[in-house]
Ligand binder design. Structure first.
Ligand SMILES: NC(=O)C1=CN([C@@H]2O[C@H](COP(=O)(O)OP(=O)(O)OC[C@H]3O[C@@H](n4cnc5c(N)ncnc54)[C@H](O)[C@@H]3O)[C@@H](O)[C@H]2O)C=CC1
Ligand SMILES: O=C(O)[C@H]1O[C@H](OP(=O)(O)OP(=O)(O)OC[C@H]2O[C@@H](n3ccc(=O)[nH]c3=O)[C@H](O)[C@@H]2O)[C@H](O)[C@@H](O)[C@@H]1O
Length: 479
């Protein structure tokens, strides 16, 4: 794949790229651009006042927990990084606008449960058309179905003022939560999709020059708009597919006595496969994998490709199966009933190093435990208690908050969550769970005391020596 510079050389760039001086973004992804480009003014606009207030908080209680983010904001905020709810001013002032609004799965109407809800993208686009009085580069940063950039262009062209031209680029985001700052500092690649016209390529070069302030030129790739949009969905689908593949194998391991960690290691040594994203788990979560695969399923169905749709749908179905399978293992192991028993769930976030709970496997597990009429103690080092209550209510809408509170206790430490419990379930791979005093935990639990490690986090042999009965995902060994 050519770098943009090589590509443009071959294309004989006809237009000079815009020298970007002011960037406006909707959504919180551009703080790193501000840090790395002190000569560019970056304004992050959001309609949500509470979120903007948190970004501007004097004590840096930022709206999301992300390692390293506070440092970035401390350096750049007030210098060339600003947060505001004045979306219109942000649009008017900028020469380049990132649209990184939410694109959740549609809840109703055509494609409900699968298609991406593009309402926020459309509203943001219409606002840009209504407010902008000078030409701008519009960068689609949200994850969207293939050809959304075309819809954005149609809306902008139909509503723009004379002498106002818009160039649309696709620049999908590949950061992962928990490692977002490192991912942004040293991305594997920056992908920019553009029309392969002189205007499109010139806009692409403008954005490329922004990234070139810290990303090596060879890592900045230019492809067509539709390829860029599809590559984002494809990357997430393939990452999730690896997890579902390894989770499917974990079921075979449990049935045969093989060890999934050994299998992952052995297959990951093949350089064609590679070692990453082969960690068996209680199921993948997060705001994007499921949403983006369902989006791909919907796209495939819309294109009359049912076999392709069925192929990708299976990745999500395997993930659901993995969560169900794990809940069932807990019930089966605890002598086929957990009614009235106390279960400590350690971890509620969808992965470690984030406070984000969207689609977290812990929510499904806890919902299953509650439906078996168990008592559940929950501890997570970063998730807000209000968020836990909200997620549990959303997962069990038939139960009132008062009913939930009779069955669920949110605890302030792992130790207190495990007190008098019959079983501990590791739902998120927080490092601190490795280092807690398991002897003390054992002493405070009902006997026999069980540990269910859904994240391959703990040393099962050490726990067994303490006296625990241990069940590890992907291991068919004795308790
Ligand atoms: N969260 C992540 O780690 C990643 C997210 N993405 C994609 O980025 C997009 C955004 O995702 P998140 O940041 O997680 O969503 P989010 O829901 O956390 O944030 C989106 C923000 O946009 C604001 N917003 C909505 N409409 C607006 C408008 N018209 N003007 C100004 N602000 C507006 C909302 O108030 C909200 O605060 C999605 O398409 C997602 O798939 C891509 C890669 C990573
Ligand atoms: O589009 C997005 O939002 C992002 O989605 C994922 O990032 P994220 O969901 O933040 O986190 P991941 O590290 O991918 O983890 C997702 C889920 O898979 C699980 N996982 C991950 C890796 C693994 O080997 N096993 C496994 O079960 C994690 O615990 C977590 O629940 C992708 O990794 C990012 O590249 C992408 O930009």
């Amino acid at each position: 794949m050519e770098s943009i510079t090589e590509h443009l050389k071959h294309q004989n760039l006809a237009l000079s790229p815009v020298n970007v001086k002011k960037i406006c973004c909707s959504g919180p992804t551009c703080a790193v651009i501000a840090l790395k480009c002190p000569h560019i003014q970056v304004t992050i606009v959001d309609l949500n006042q509470a979120r903007v207030d948190a970004w501007n908080d004097a004590d840096f209680h930022l709206p999301i927990y992300e390692p390293g983010l506070e440092d970035v904001v401390r350096h750049a905020r007030g210098r060339n990084l600003f947060f505001s709810t004045d979306v219109d001013k942000g649009i008017q002032d900028a020469d380049l606008i990132f649209v990184s609004v939410n694109t959740p799965t549609k809840k109703s109407g055509v494609g409900a449960g699968f298609a991406a809800d593009l309402n926020y993208v459309e509203l943001a686009t219409r606002r840009i058309a209504a407010v902008a009085s000078t030409s701008k580069i519009i960068v689609e940063k949200s994850t969207v179905p293939c050809r959304t950039a075309e819809s954005m262009r149609t809306i902008l062209e139909a509503n723009s003022k004379p002498a106002c031209r818009f160039d649309i680029l696709s620049n999908p985001e590949f950061l992962a939560e928990g490692t977002a700052i490192n991912d942004l500092f040293a991305p594997d690649r920056v992908l920019i999709g553009s029309l392969q016209t002189p205007e499109g390529l010139s806009a692409c070069e403008s954005l490329s020059q922004v990234y070139a302030n810290w990303v090596p030129k060879d890592c900045i790739l230019n492809v067509g708009l539709w390829s860029s949009e599809l590559s984002k969905l494809a990357a997430n689908a393939m990452l999730a597919q690896r997890i579902s593949s390894i989770n499917a194998l974990s079921a075979i391991c449990e049935a045969t006595g093989a060890n999934i960690d050994e299998v992952s290691y052995a297959i990951g040594c093949d350089s064609r496969i590679g070692p990453k994203f082969l960690k068996a788990s209680v199921g993948f979560g997060g705001s994007c994998f499921q949403k983006d695969i369902l989006n791909l399923v919907y796209l495939s169905e819309s294109l009359h490709l049912p076999e392709v749709a069925a192929y990708w749908r299976q990745v999500v179905e395997m993930n659901e199966y993995q969560k169900r399978r794990f809940s069932k293992t807990v019930v089966d192991t605890l002598f086929n009933t957990i009614t009235g028993k106390r279960i400590a769930v350690l971890g509620f976030a969808f992965k470690a190093d984030t406070g984000d709970t969207r689609e977290s496997a812990a929510i499904t597990l806890i919902r299953d435990f509650l439906s078996e009429r168990a008592f559940v103690n929950i501890y997570d080092p970063k998730v807000e208690h209000a968020q836990i209550w909200q997620d549990l209510q959303d997962a069990s809408p038939q139960q009132s908050l008062q009913q939930l509170q009779k069955q669920v206790t949110i605890c302030s430490s792992a130790m207190s969550a495990c007190k008098n419990a019959e079983a501990v379930v590791i739902a998120t791979e927080w490092k601190e769970f490795k280092n807690i005093n398991w002897e003390l935990i054992y002493a405070g639990m009902e006997k026999p005391a069980f540990v269910f490690d859904g994240r391959l986090l703990l040393d099962a042999e050490i726990l067994r020596k303490i006296g625990f009965k241990v069940v590890v995902i992907g291991r068919g060994e004795r308790l």
